[in-house]
Design a protein around this ligand. Structure first.
Ligand code: NAP
Length: 540
């Protein structure tokens, strides 16, 4: 159903930036509708997050049966996940399989970074320029650039002097890294660090873990996926996928609908113990009000501190590993295997860099305000310029040459996390303002892709050439987003990447939508039914 001429080989109906979960499915949907599409991907392979995050221990903390595409019934019946939580190599194999299965590769340019995207008012279209010197024109520009794709290395003085090897978890070398016999320092104890640390500890001569903020790490309770378990999931996929789509977080973990105050002490303890045994992110749903009621939240936090004390032999180390002063879950809950146990090893040292911050990297290691550490390898598990980082690195210019950086100077503003006023025909997939990082990303990616694909099909049939979020709709959504977040405990813990606090100078705004996947989908579908209320649709 192409609405463009094919005369110019660099003219397309749509350009998609990124070939991760969102970009691959977006490409598939648009090809199926007959569009001319080009996907531009900076990485040397498809897979997005799972292409870049190859650090030892990297695995998803949403169960594989949920964290997978639902759009291809045969695929979801055929594919056999080997573990409850798939590790990075298996996820990457899966995404490569999808690319081959749907013959997507001929439409993807790898090793091609988009440097700018400019809207042409007269043509109602975008010109997308790459670091390889190409200029692609398309009516629709679809940003599938990911929420956690720009590695954040802290500006610590002296890194250029370091004579050892340094790495960031989010940009891990394909050939891997050996830690055998090495003195290793890991900076950062978020989701990446807590997965990596137990594995590095097994290999390194000595591991120093530099912790600034303790975070809660649940035992993943990972295990091999049995055929019987997989068969049950597959037979129940219609109900389970439907449930995920209307749930809070886009997956099938059970939610306790009872409030903490309405349960007896014995019931609360039984609930917490069963969530600990279930592992992973189950604890986030222990009580209906765990993220809105301070008492329910602190009861959960104290239960987990008790678990840390049970596991870690040295009481001082256990206390240092116990999060204090920020509500449970307001920094992303981590899920790992053997994390707390690792600190019982004689060859692992926990260093508190809150009381004695890292001052500089030296030629041979790292110096805090109180001590010096000799290191052969430094691993930065220091996170990402999240949600806006990948977009802010592209020079995006909308109507009248206005830049996205200007439009978002005080933090991202979107309508539904999909459209931006002043930037017609540009759509963000799982962008800021949508549930994205507060959900099973694959579920949210599918919902965005399908919603945008339906909108573009509608535009084609109705001969609409320009679609733009109105300023009013964007303002109302931005207010709604802040209102929803303001009703939760997240508003009390601003020191997280959810707020942009981990990147110096970044505006501090709570970026994802906390209203839940089901509620978000209901609103987005309702808007579509109302002829895309809040978007201005202009005929060609
Ligand atoms: P992160 O959650 O942002 O954690 C970064 C860590 O580095 C924090 O402990 C932070 O301490 C520390 N840090 C940063 N700069 C530092 C400095 N200058 N000195 C000392 N410490 C410093 O990053 P992440 O672990 O890569 O995870 C990011 C997100 O990716 C997760 O929240 C999750 O959504 C996703 N993820 C998911 C999985 C999974 O599915 N299992 C795995 C990995 C990542 P402060 O807290 O004090 O800032």
């Amino acid at each position: 159903m192409s609405d463009r001429t094919a005369d110019d080989p660099e003219t397309y109906d749509a350009v998609v930036v990124g070939a991760g979960f969102s970009g691959l499915y977006m490409l598939h949907r648009l090809l199926r509708s007959g569009y001319r599409v080009r996907v531009l991907e900076a990485g040397s392979g498809v897979g997005g997050t799972w292409h870049h995050n190859r650090y030892p221990g990297a695995r998803c903390d949403i169960e594989s049966m949920d964290y997978s595409y639902s759009f291809d019934e045969e695929l979801q019946q055929e594919w056999q996940w080997s573990e409850r939580y798939a590790a990075q190599p298996e996820l990457l194999r899966y995404l490569n399989h999808v690319a081959d299965r749907h013959d997507l590769r001929p439409h993807i340019d790898l090793d091609t970074r988009v440097v700018s995207a400019g809207f042409d008012d007269a043509a109602d279209g975008w010109t997308v320029r790459t670091d390889t010197g190409r200029a692609l024109r398309a009516r629709w520009c679809l940003m599938a650039t990911g929420c956690l794709s720009v590695a954040q290395v802290p500006a610590i003085a002296g890194l250029d002097r370091f004579t050892g090897q340094w790495l960031h978890t989010g940009a891990w070398p394909k050939e891997g890294v050996s830690f055998e016999g090495k003195r290793v320092g890991v900076i950062g104890t978020g989701s990446s660090g807590t997965q990596l640390i137990p594995i590095v500890a097994e290999q390194a001569e000595h591991l120093h873990v530099f912790q600034r903020t303790a975070n809660f790490t649940m035992p993943a309770q990972n295990r091999p996926m049995t055929e019987a378990e997989s068969a049950v999931w597959k037979s129940e996929y219609p109900q389970r996928r439907a449930h995920a789509r209307t749930s809070g977080f886009g997956h099938n973990q059970p939610q306790n609908d009872r409030r903490h105050a309405d349960m007896t002490p014995a019931e609360r303890l039984a609930e917490l113990e069963s969530r600990w045994a279930a592992g992973g992110l189950h604890m986030m749903r222990a009580f209906a009000d765990v993220m809105t009621d301070a008492e329910a939240n602190e009861a959960t936090a104290e239960f987990l501190r008790g678990k840390i004390r049970e596991v870690v032999h040295d009481p001082e180390v256990a206390e240092l590993l116990s999060p204090r002063g920020l509500p449970f879950g307001t920094k992303r809950l981590c899920s790992g295997t053997g994390y707390y146990e690792t600190f019982n090893r004689p060859d692992v040292t926990l260093v508190d860099v809150r009381s004695a911050p890292v001052q500089e990297i030296t030629a041979t290691g790292l110096r805090t305000t109180t001590a010096e550490y000799e290191l052969d390898v430094i691993v930065f598990a220091t996170g990402f310029d999240a949600m806006t980082g990948s977009l802010s690195r592209i020079d995006v210019r909308g109507e009248g040459g206005k830049t996205l950086a200007e439009a978002w100077a005080a933090g991202p503003r979107t309508y539904l996390g999909l459209g931006v006023s002043g930037f017609p025909n540009l759509f963000l997939l799982t962008g800021p303002g949508s549930p994205s990082v507060f959900s099973n990303m694959v579920n949210s990616a599918e919902q965005h892709v399908e919603w945008v694909a339906d909108l573009l099909d509608h535009a084609h049939h109705e001969r609409i050439g320009r679609i733009e979020a109105t300023a009013d709709a964007e303002a109302a959504w931005t207010t709604h987003l802040a209102d929803v977040a303001g009703r939760t405990l997240y508003s009390r813990a601003r020191n997280s990447w959810f707020h942009g606090a981990n990147v110096p100078g970044k505006p501090q705004v709570f970026m994802p939508y906390l209203g839940g996947v089901g509620e978000y989908r209901r609103r987005a579908d309702e808007i579509a039914r109302q002829d895309y209320a809040g978007f201005q649709l202009t005929s060609r």
